[in-house]
Structures are given as structure tokens and as C-alpha cells.
Design a protein around this ligand. Structure first.
Ligand SMILES: [Zn+2]
Ligand SMILES: [Zn+2]
Ligand SMILES: [Zn+2]
Ligand SMILES: [Zn+2]
Length: 347
């Protein structure tokens, strides 16, 4: 992620709500897509201080009431109380339970970052209030009598609140032998399922099947049962981005999609730091991958220097590279009013 500038000249970050230098209120403006200083006009109205913008704004309700957001809403949207990201929430955690507010804030921070990145990649986000694309919705739930599975079905992404508990998440990571397990990673993976429904099934199914296999044979349920009984395919490193990707073509797609978003996010971040030479033509996938590999080697060494997990643990074999290229080409797709397939429910 790029960094932003306050009117006082100090650096602002994507998640900033105020400037640590001049103490001004700051926030994400949906019009110029910058985190900027906000000038108070009256009790409820603010103005974006990005000189090229000047949009009049109000604060997202989740920001005012819970400090769970740093976004704003254009004043021209009088009926909108929540920002473009918070309005996608269907279910939020029970905030009367101790600890849940902190966990929910972490989920919202990861969700905002990932959705902003998806928009920067030119991919559409289905707005539930308009009937344009498959509406995207989120629910953050806790286990009760029935355990909550993190997953996606027909545009609804469910995340188990426990994933926001870093101790439990690390425990799960070790248990499943995963190189990384993060909230950002969960959102990227589940969005992969969402974009499969929205962009791949209606118009790229044959090309998908050639690269990832037939998603109907074996069925998802059979593939899932086989994976949990026998583990990943023994030669998964030669064909898949991760062990989990070898379970079923849908999971292969979601894992590859997440890896593609990792790549564009990390290379874009590098591009915003002039010390790192990461300028690549936007459409040149091979140049993006080359930059990512170079930055990945460097970042992994930084991480190893202080004993952190690798930033880029994946190996990009030939087939995986073609799968990532497939994701790159998805940006060219624009579908209107796709039918919700209702066929896929996957985790
Ligand atoms: Zn400032
Ligand atoms: Zn603005
Ligand atoms: Zn919000
Ligand atoms: Zn999945």
C-alpha cells in the first residue's frame, strides 16, 4: 500500500484516523481515494483537504460509534450511513462480549485494505443497493452450538471471528502446516471464490477448466472428503501454489487469486517507494512477476534477518505462473448483471 500525506506534510497510512504530527482528523475520501486531512465544516460535515478534490463528506457510522473504520461518505449520498466497505456487512460480532470489538476492528481493517486493492486492480465490487454485479456481502460470526465455517456462497463471505485472535490463528496455521495465515489472506482467498462466480463461470469457464481442471468432477464434497482423509496431492508443489489448492479446482482458483492480489499489492507498495526500482508497465504481467520475485527474495531475507516468516513463501512453477496470468486477464472482463449461480459454496 502507498502512504499518503497530511496537509502538514506528515506521512499518513492507509489505516490512519488522525495525524500523529498535527493531530488533525484524517480519513479515506471515496472521491479521490486518498487518506487526507479532513476539515470540519459543522458537526457532521467535513471537507477533503486534498486540494485537487475538496469533496464534502460525512464520517462512516462505524467510525463514529466504534472506531472500526476510517472512511467517509460523499455528502451527496444522504441515505448512506456507512462507507462503501462497511455497508457490505450483513452480520457483525456481538459487541457486548468482551474482546469482540477489538477482533472486529482487525477484521474491518483487513477487509478495507483488501477491497481497496481489489478496486485498484480494476475489479468490480457488487453493491447490494444497486443491481449491477453479484452483490458482495460479509458476515463475521462466532461459533455457538454450530461451528462457523469461513467460506463463500453466492456473494456472501463468512469469516469466523476466531480468525481475528492471533494466538488461535497461529495455532491453526501450525496445525495445518501453512506457511502463512492472515486475515488479509482470508479475505483475498474468499474474494477469489466471489470472482469465480462473477467473472469466470459466466464467460471464462472453458479456459478455466483447461488450466485448473473440471470443477464438477470430482464434486466439491468428494474432493473435500478426500483431502481431509488423505491430505494434499503428493506432487502438489509441481502444479499448485499451495497444498490446499490441490483439493479442488475452486480452491486452486481461490489460492491463485489470493497469490495474484499479494503480488499486485506488494509490487504496488514497492512502486510508491522511489528507493526500490519497481516501475513496470501496468499491463505487462511478466514484468509484474519479475518485479515480485525480486522484491520477494529481498523481503524474505529482511524477514529472516529478524526471524519472521517469509513474506513470499510460494514457488512459482510454470503452471502456477499460467494460473496467475489467468487472474491478470480477468481485469479485462466486465460483466453486466450476472445471474447468481447459487452452485458454489466453498471455504
Ligand atoms: Zn498532519
Ligand atoms: Zn478527496
Ligand atoms: Zn466504514
Ligand atoms: Zn476456499
Amino acid at each position: 500500500m502507498q502512504t499518503f500525506r497530511c496537509q502538514c506534510g506528515h506521512k499518513l497510512f492507509f489505516g490512519s484516523s488522525f495525524c500523529v504530527s498535527c493531530q488533525e482528523t484524517v480519513g479515506m475520501c471515496p472521491t479521490c481515494r486518498q487518506v487526507t486531512a479532513l476539515k470540519s465544516l459543522d458537526n457532521e460535515t467535513w471537507q477533503c483537504m486534498n486540494q485537487a478534490c475538496g469533496q464534502k463528506l460525512k464520517l462512516c457510522r462505524n467510525r463514529v460509534e466504534y472506531k472500526a473504520c476510517n472512511c467517509t461518505i460523499a455528502i451527496e449520498e444522504p441515505d448512506q450511513a456507512y462507507c462503501n466497505y462497511c455497508r457490505l456487512n450483513q452480520v457483525i460480532p456481538n459487541l457486548s462480549i468482551e474482546g469482540n470489538l477489538v477482533k472486529w476492528r482487525r477484521l474491518e481493517a483487513a477487509k478495507r485494505r483488501v477491497l481497496y486493492g481489489v478496486e485498484s486492480n480494476g475489479l468490480p465490487i457488487g453493491d447490494p443497493s444497486r443491481n449491477d454485479y453479484l452483490p458482495l456481502k460479509f458476515e463475521f460470526k462466532e461459533d455457538d452450538a454450530r461451528p462457523v465455517s469461513t467460506g463463500h456462497a453466492c456473494g456472501l463471505i463468512t469469516i469466523n471471528l476466531q480468525e481475528a485472535d492471533s494466538v488461535k490463528r497461529e495455532q491453526t496455521r501450525v496445525e495445518f502446516g501453512e506457511p502463512q495465515r492472515t486475515l488479509v489472506g482470508h479475505f483475498r482467498h474468499e474474494l477469489g471464490h466471489y470472482y469465480w462466480d462473477m467473472l469466470v463461470e459466466p464467460s471464462k469457464l472453458e479456459a478455466f477448466r483447461q488450466l485448473f481442471g473440471n470443477e464438477e468432477n470430482p464434486t466439491y464434497a468428494d474432493a473435500q472428503a478426500a483431502y481431509y482423509a488423505n491430505g494434499p496431492q503428493p506432487d502438489w508443489q509441481s502444479r499448485f501454489i499451495s497444498a490446499y489448492a490441490s483439493m479442488h479446482p475452486w480452491e486452486d482458483f481461490a489460492e491463485s487469486f489470493a497469490a495474484y492480489l499479494d503480488m499486485t499489492s506488494i509490487v504496488s507498495t514497492a512502486q510508491s517507494f522511489p528507493r526500490i526500482n519497481a516501475a513496470v508497465p501496468p499491463d505487462d504481467f511478466d514484468a509484474w512477476l519479475k518485479a515480485y520475485r525480486e522484491i520477494g527474495v529481498m523481503a524474505n531475507e529482511f524477514n529472516r534477518d529478524i526471524g519472521l516468516l517469509d513474506l513470499v513463501p510460494e514457488v512459482f512453477n510454470k503452471l502456477v505462473i499460467e494460473k496467475l496470468r489467468f487472474m491478470h486477464d480477468l481485469q479485462e472482463i466486465r460483466v453486466q448483471s450476472p445471474e447468481s449461480s447459487g452452485s458454489s459454496s466453498s471455504s
